[in-house]
Design a protein around this ligand. Structure first.
Ligand code: FEO
Ligand code: CA
Ligand code: CA
Length: 659
């Protein structure tokens, strides 16, 4: 059912995205617009029936065997029945699967949590309840179980207009068109927002075929803006990280805008701090020592009013606080008393995620995207090696290693350029006195190294089965004609693309790799879009704006999208399964779709691939959405309940592996 509200103006999320993603990279790194022969990697696709028919025309047993193999090669790695795109008030999953609500905003995290009462929400209650806008979802098995484990969930941001009753109203913009107008924030509302950010650790278990939270678990924890965190690694304690409240430069309260993330091989949870700039207000003098740094990160953006209530978010009063955000935070979910660590060795940026792989030499490699138009892809290689028998030793791996930034060359080679103080212009004369400066201003450091300006890097996901790495570029409508390059081949790239990286000889620490484009996204039936899905992809199978992804136990790729906004594409966001091997490479199929206004986040599997977790973020946020008038009241569909972001758990009705 098409929702009438969809015809209204841009949503707040869209407006926020536009403001967030203007692109703040002023460097002169080439966009390689002068490269004429773009390196497209669309593979010629022999249809399955033709391939089999050609071989089956002979009769020898060998040929029959070959025919069998050919048939296998032309089959998709996925066997579910594709669903149709639609814009509806509820979610929808492929036939034969169950998609149930596991945890909603406001749900109890502890046995003594108060019941969710949206008309009387308080910060005190919110601190004991599931936070807002679930994004990354990780699963840490307990005692090796696939039916009992810790779910770790990031709560990226808040939608005040959908959270607070009788607060946002419909007003008029300067052209006389309807728009959503925010009310004034009370101190209590700001406190609720701060409590709804961060993350949740919650034990979950499957009993009688049904997953549910274990509320009296000793592991359950809420992380929020008041959680004490330690800053570690090469920039810890640096002058630029010291504030009035923390002269040590090593202790910070909370984490914000935790987008995607990762679970390390030693079972810790990584929360990536993304659009941290939006939380800062005030003004910084143009000649201030941090002015150049803050400009590069878009600080302050003033999306939130927290600066009015908390000096530390006002850059004119506390000019160093914004240097304490934009990091990857490591949390030990098995110890609720542990202090989360902001790991400065991975650099400061708008971190999307931090997925990892144990290299063949034992070092651990983490891939990170910096989600802004024209920003970069990074990888961090630990100095030390993973020790499966010494978890305590693994806990410091993220404090020492080498951060690299990616240069995608037109010949299909990829340079991972080490970001080391003193090398390649990262010197005192350019404002880098030490490695700490390189990490605090990772973006500006990468500018000097000739990194490739990408179309908004989101998840970067290694595939342990194949040794490939998938890099999701969500879109970049600001790339102008003439600014295309081999790795970002479309101007006004509205639908994004996916790059496949092959690390040399399976060495994930390699500094010279190869790359090719797996998919250029968008509607392949519209020639001007220039999409490159395989011809076996149906009208439901294509997608735009790839954002999060997961690789399942069989090495198969699943893509979650953000921004298939209903008006432009006739579809909501969802989860698509993408073949990467054989002749079906580049074929995509729709498995799950979100309710109207939502973004698809999370995708995660239990190790046995029998359970999938999906995060439905900002549902109902379409058109002129307010608390009273959301685009859907998913998932409760009760007039006395607001629309609520929630984690969905997917299982096969008959049991067994998904798809
Ligand atoms: Fe929070 Fe880049 O998505
Ligand atoms: Ca994302
Ligand atoms: Ca992911």
């Amino acid at each position: 059912m098409t929702h009438a509200l969809l015809d209204a103006h841009k949503t707040l999320t869209e407006l926020r995205e536009e403001r967030e993603d203007q692109g703040r990279n002023p460097s002169l790194n080439p966009t390689m617009g002068d490269i004429i022969n773009h390196r497209f990697s669309r593979r010629s696709l022999l249809t399955g029936s033709l391939a089999v028919a050609a071989i089956a025309s002979t009769v020898s047993p060998l040929a029959l065997l070959a025919a069998k193999e050919a048939k296998a090669a032309t089959a998709s790695a996925f066997d579910f029945d594709e669903i149709e795109v639609a814009i509806e008030e509820s979610h929808f999953v492929a036939p034969g699967y169950d998609a149930s609500i596991l945890l909603r905003w406001g749900d109890k995290v502890f046995a003594d949590s108060p019941e969710f009462d949206p008309m009387k929400q308080s910060a005190e209650a919110q601190l004991k309840q599931f936070g807002y806008n679930n994004d990354y979802v990780g699963f840490v098995p307990l005692e090796g179980s696939n039916e009992r484990g810790l779910l770790v969930v990031n709560h990226e941001y808040t939608n005040a207009e959908l959270m607070f009753p009788a607060w946002a109203k419909i007003g008029k913009d300067k052209d006389g068109k309807d728009k959503v107008e925010w009310g004034e924030h009370s101190p209590e509302q700001v406190a609720i927002e701060m409590a709804a950010h961060g993350g949740t650790v919650i034990e979950i278990a499957k009993n009688d075929g049904k997953w549910a939270p274990v509320l009296d678990s000793k592991y359950n924890r809420r992380i929020h803006l008041g959680t004490v965190m330690e800053i570690t690694g090469p920039a810890a304690g640096h002058l630029r990280l010291q504030t009035k409240a923390d002269p040590t430069g090593k202790k910070v309260l909370g984490t914000i805008n935790n987008c995607a993330g990762g679970v390390t091989p030693w079972g810790t949870w990584l929360m990536a701090e993304e659009n941290f700039n939006g939380y800062f207000g005030g003004e910084i003098a143009e000649d201030h020592a941090e002015a150049r740094n803050y400009k590069r990160y878009g600080v302050p953006a003033g999306d939130y009013v927290w600066a009015k209530f908390h000096e530390r978010f006002d850059v004119s009063k506390e000019p160093n606080e914004a240097n304490r955000f934009g990091w990857v935070v490591e949390v030990d979910p098995t110890d609720p008393a542990s202090t989360p660590k902001k790991r400065t060795a991975l650099g400061r940026m708008k971190h999307e995620g931090a997925e990892s792989f144990i290299n063949k030499d034992g070092r651990v490699v983490f891939y990170c995207g910096d989600d802004e138009r024209f920003d970069y892809v990074y990888k961090f290689v630990t100095r030390g090696t993973f020790n499966p028998n010494d978890r305590a030793a693994n806990m410091s791996l993220l404090d020492d290693g080498t951060l690299h930034v990616a240069r995608f060359n037109a010949d299909g080679s990829l340079d991972w350029i080490p970001m080391e103080h003193g090398q390649g212009g990262l010197t005192a004369e350019n404002g880098f006195e030490s490695q700490a400066d390189v990490l605090i201003e990772a973006r500006r450091a990468a500018d000097f190294l000739g990194a490739t300006k990408m179309d908004r890097p989101e998840d970067v996901q290694p595939n342990p089965k194949t040794g490939k790495v998938y890099c999701l570029l969500t879109n970049n409508t600001k790339r102008k004609a003439g600014q295309e390059d081999a790795a970002n081949p479309r101007a006004e790239n509205a639908f994004g693309h996916i790059i496949e990286i092959t690390e040399t000889d399976g060495d994930f620490a390699a500094t010279k790799s190869r790359w090719e484009i797996l998919l250029k996204c968008g509607d392949p039936s519209v020639a001007e879009v220039g999409a490159s899905f395989s011809t076996a992809t149906t009208k439901n199978g294509w997608f735009g704006m790839p954002d999060n992804c997961v690789v399942d136990a069989d090495g198969r790729l699943w893509i979650a999208t953000d921004g298939n906004n209903e008006k432009a594409t006739g579809r909501t966001d969802g989860l698509w399964a993408v073949d990467t091997e054989g002749e079906m490479r580049g074929t995509s199929k729709l498995f799950f779709r979100v309710p109207v206004g939502a973004e698809m986040c999370g995708p995660q599997f239990t190790p046995n691939a029998e359970t999938m977790f999906l995060a439905v973020q900002h549902p109902g946020d379409a058109g002129l959405a307010t608390y009273e008038n959301p685009a859907t009241r998913w998932p409760d569909f009760r007039p006395d309940m607001p629309v609520r972001p929630a984690v969905v758990v997917v299982t096969k009705v008959t049991g067994g592996k998904i798809a």
